[in-house]
Design a protein. Structure first.
Length: 190
């Protein structure tokens, strides 16, 4: 299937715009919802590339499960209402940041100018994928053969994230915070 450039540019533009909103918004919840829009934009690009399984996984896993986890952590830590200490950025930090951006942009331009297009990888042409049974079969065979170690390490990482979330949720609060700070002032909480 031929990719329609207009739709690709629409989905790519939406992904870039919502990505910028993720880092610009001050509200953590608004940033999380913008990240959901980024995930849906990528799912649209995957669907245009005839990778419908990847598009569905993108929506179910990232836009669904991972965002629920993000929102759970935001609500658990009350990060949306936290008062962020906003100090004015000094002239030196601005200069360092601007020079870093210029250097990174220069590196990207150099890479794009000096890289030759090699064309599509022959192993994953449409004819080869269809002959192997389709995207789903090729993906599952690769995931459980060549990429089994990263797949299993990802499951260990997710388990560690779940255990960390439970540990944070079950953490006992210090008595000074529960008594309104009277223990810290030397007062007697009777």
């Amino acid at each position: 299937m031929e990719i329609n450039p207009a739709f690709f540019y629409i989905f790519a533009g939406l992904a870039i715009a919502f990505s910028l909103l993720v880092v610009i918004k001050k509200s953590a919840i608004a940033s999380a919802f913008n990240l959901v829009c980024v995930f849906f934009s990528f799912a649209g690009i995957y669907a245009m590339m005839d990778a419908h399984l990847i598009a569905a996984i993108q929506i179910i896993v990232y836009a669904g499960a991972v965002m629920v986890l993000f929102l759970f952590v935001i609500m658990l830590l009350n990060a949306d209402n936290a008062a962020f200490d906003m100090h004015p950025i000094g002239r030196g930090k601005r200069l360092v940041s601007a020079s870093f951006v210029v250097v990174m942009a220069g590196m990207f331009i150099w890479v794009f100018k000096n890289t030759t297009y090699l064309g599509p990888i022959s192993n994953f042409s449409n004819a080869n994928v269809e002959a192997a049974g389709g995207n789903t079969q090729v993906l599952s065979e690769l995931m459980f053969s060549e990429y089994i170690l990263p797949f299993e390490l990802t499951s260990v990482l997710l388990l560690a994230a779940i255990i960390g979330t439970i540990a944070i949720a079950k953490r006992k609060k210090p008595a000074a915070l529960l008594n309104g700070g009277s223990a810290a002032k030397g007062g007697n909480a009777q």
